[in-house]
Design a protein around this ligand. Structure first.
Ligand code: PYC
Length: 332
């Protein structure tokens, strides 16, 4: 039996985005968070077959468009990635919105803006079209906050490492330069993956953050290594680890949101400040603190992130149950 998926492939700031525009399974649930749980319970093979080898790779990431479950939203997005179904994905949203608009899969009620329901809540997007292309997308993300500061982890090979844990749609362990981590210069992606696995494991043993309003969002899933910027005009640089072996090629939307929340909580950024974030490959997102907020008793910010995406092609993928690797595989 062959399952067919029509995909629009591309990237946001260098990180892959696969918009699965045809083949989305019908999902049960009264919210996108419930639909996410239903997808994970009944259709996770679609994620693994489209994201893992041989149809994907370690960084593969994307999502499906759904009708929203609430009247104030234009669309719903379900994210898929090598690590699972993220509650929110910033680079994914920029790509999905761009490719969806450019190919007529998204019809905004008001041109130039969209309200989108994602498993982590409601986000809004503003975009500009230039010569038929979506040139820029700015996401007003979910409220983001610093969950814990100065957690000391004993990391094999690095010694004690002090991290903060912050939420920007996913929970991040944020590592700043310190004894044990000199910064990103001279660090290979391979070395970062190796160290990140240990840092994430140690962080998971130390704390289990749970979102105060959406308890299905829990646990440290990502590790962000930070450093001073390289290029003029940037404010910071990062390398984000996700899944089992991925270093984000984009500056990471939820990671930039978490970083801004951490810096705001530490008094290093203020409301209305912007924050230009460089990725591991030098691509950029421009973040901004739009407002202050509160998440279940935590002081929070409302971050926004701007970036752009490019399509690389259409991809009709089939998953053939006779294929020994129909559900995909990973090599770690
Ligand atoms: O942009 O939010 C993001 C993201 C999460 C994982 C990879 N990119």
């Amino acid at each position: 039996m062959r399952h067919l998926f029509f995909c629009i492939d591309g990237h946001t700031a260098g990180n892959p985005v696969r918009l699965v525009a045809g083949g989305a399974p019908p999902l049960r649930g009264g919210t996108m968070a419930e639909r996410r749980a239903d997808f994970q319970a009944r259709f996770d093979w679609i994620r693994t077959s489209l994201c893992f080898e041989p149809r994907g790779h370690d960084m593969m990431s994307g999502g499906f468009l759904y009708p929203p479950t609430r009247p104030d939203a234009d669309i719903g997005i379900l994210f898929i990635e090598t690590s699972g179904c993220l509650p929110m994905c910033g680079h994914g949203t920029i790509g999905i919105v761009s490719f969806g608009l450019e190919n007529g899969f998204i019809h905004p009620r008001e041109p130039g803006q969209l309200t989108i329901e994602v498993p982590a809540g409601l986000i809004t997007v503003r975009y500009q079209v230039e010569e038929g292309r979506v040139a820029h997308v700015r996401i007003r993300n979910v409220s983001s906050y610093l969950f814990a500061r100065d957690i000391v982890l004993d990391v094999d090979g690095l010694g004690p490492l002090t991290v903060d844990i912050a939420y920007g749609g996913n929970y991040y362990a944020i590592v700043e330069p310190q004894p044990g981590f000199d910064g990103l210069d001279g660090m290979s992606a391979r070395r970062l993956v190796e160290l990140s696995r240990r840092v994430r494991q140690a962080a998971r043993e130390a704390v289990e953050p749970v979102h105060p309003l959406i308890p299905t969002i829990r646990g440290v899933s990502h590790v962000m290594w930070t450093d001073a910027p390289r290029a003029p005009g940037a404010d910071g640089r990062n390398a984000v680890f996700y899944g089992e072996s991925a270093i984000d090629r984009s500056p990471c939307g939820t990671g930039t949101s978490a970083r801004m929340a951490q810096l705001a909580a530490r008094g290093r950024l203020r409301a209305k400040d912007s924050f230009v974030h460089e990725s591991f490959i030098g691509s950029r997102f421009t973040g901004r603190i739009e407002d202050t907020a509160e998440v279940g008793g935590y002081e929070a910010i409302v971050p926004s992130i701007e970036g752009s995406a490019r399509m690389t092609g259409f991809n009709t993928i089939w998953v053939d149950r006779e294929d020994p690797f129909w559900a995909g595989f990973q090599v770690t």
